[in-house]
Design a protein around this ligand. Structure first.
Ligand SMILES: Nc1ncnc2c1ncn2[C@@H]1O[C@H](COP(=O)(O)OP(=O)(O)O)[C@@H](O)[C@H]1O
Ligand SMILES: [Mg+2]
Length: 358
């Protein structure tokens, strides 16, 4: 997909914001606090209905009051119909519209896949497994239509079993929820495995190019005892689960384990390596989504050069240039490797004012 137009009102420091682009590659330059990240947040909001900085909708509202609007036109290709997407927030109430009709966040997610590579993403490698599960699940969601209904079934059964555990329910009562939980859980696990296997070779290609050394491994741990059927694992866990009042086995406990040269990577790899590794994961996943769903996600890359020596900036840029989907990149200025790309649309942002850059 690509975003051909973005408009925003009272969004962070932008009183109004208007951007038109037909280019695949878009560079946005600006000094500190000019509004680069905020611009990417507005683009992200078109596809996700929320910020990637963990801000509440209220925090996105600018000085004109408790409201904001982000509007965009998006298309899959020149020959395909354009869609109008709007996300509005006012006094605590959010509203999504697609082609003039009231819609849900889910409709945005489906229509405009958008992914971001930004400094805060190091959480994906440094913090708990939920960040890595989200990474994986976002991809599964886009390539596998049965993911969402399976996930809903799983969540419902999980909620019921947890409630039963907290009420100290009998084995018979627990046994009511466990078959459904186990069945949906194993399906989720299988979907994640398939996706990881699908992106694996492309991840390794990107890792080789971007990180150019070492051996990196990605392994999915299901979230319950290896080799056990989930139903059996739930059965064995009952006593411990009753004590804690929560289900401790299942794909909600899965982990995507990342290892380098046989070691865990937390606190071991540099910020630059983290950034490149995350770039490899995201680029590979977006490429696979594009190939299989026919729509390449829009990639947002904030603070392009941060943490990277020039050599690595060059390989990352080359990978972004090769990526078939639309890309928005922010940086302080058009210097170094960014100056070498001829066919990009250039923009300049200064204290909440965006202009095409000649
Ligand atoms: N809700 C808001 N309303 C008005 N200004 C905001 C809001 N949120 C952030 N800002 C201002 O926007 C500026 C930061 O914009 P940002 O997009 O992070 O800049 P950059 O990424 O170019 O460094 C800061 O000066 C900050 O005070
Ligand atoms: Mg920024």
């Amino acid at each position: 997909m690509r975003i051909v137009q973005l408009r925003a009102q009272n969004f962070r420091l932008f009183e109004t914001l208007s951007l038109q682009t037909h280019c695949r590659l878009n560079f946005i330059f600006g000094a500190n606090a000019a509004g680069k990240t905020s611009l990417l947040e507005a683009l992200y909001t078109l596809g996700r209905g929320k910020s990637f900085r963990g801000s509440t909708p209220g925090e996105l509202a600018g000085v004109a009051g408790r409201h904001w609007l982000v509007f965009g036109r998006v298309e899959a290709a020149d020959t395909e119909p354009r869609h109008r997407v709007g996300v509005r927030w006012q006094d605590g109430v959010g509203q999504v519209r697609v082609d003039g009709q009231a819609a849900r966040n889910l409709d945005l997610l489906r229509l405009l896949p958008v992914q971001v590579l930004e400094p805060g993403m190091h959480r994906m490698l440094q913090e708990g497994p939920s960040y890595r599960r989200s990474f994986l699940d976002w991809g599964v969601f886009h390539v596998e239509p049965s993911f969402l209904p399976t996930w809903s079934r799983y969540r419902r059964a999980l909620r019921q079993r947890n409630q039963a555990l907290r009420q100290n329910a009998s084995d018979r009562e627990l046994a009511v929820w466990e078959p459904e939980l186990a069945e949906a859980g194993e399906r989720l696990d299988a979907l994640r495995r398939t996706h990881l296997a699908d992106i694996g070779p492309t991840v390794q290609d990107h890792v080789r190019v971007l990180l150019d050394e070492g051996e990196w491994n990605f392994e999915l741990l299901s979230g319950w005892g290896q080799g056990l059927a989930l139903r059996e694992a739930l059965l064995r866990q009952r006593t411990a689960d009753r004590r804690l009042g929560t289900t401790q086995a299942g794909p909600h406990r899965a982990e995507l384990r990342v290892r380098a040269g046989g070691h865990g990577i937390r606190h071991r790899i540099s910020r630059g390596q983290q950034k490149l590794l995350i770039a490899a994961l995201l680029l590979a996943q977006c490429t696979v989504i594009g190939r299989s769903a026919g729509r390449y996600p829009v990639l947002l890359v904030d603070d392009f050069g941060a943490e990277l020596a020039e050599r690595y900036q060059a390989t990352l840029l080359a990978a972004l240039v090769r990526y078939p989907g639309q890309v928005f990149v922010t940086a302080f200025e058009r210097s170094g490797v960014l100056a070498t790309v001829a066919d990009a649309a250039l923009f300049h942002v200064e204290r909440g004012v965006l202009r095409p850059d000649s």
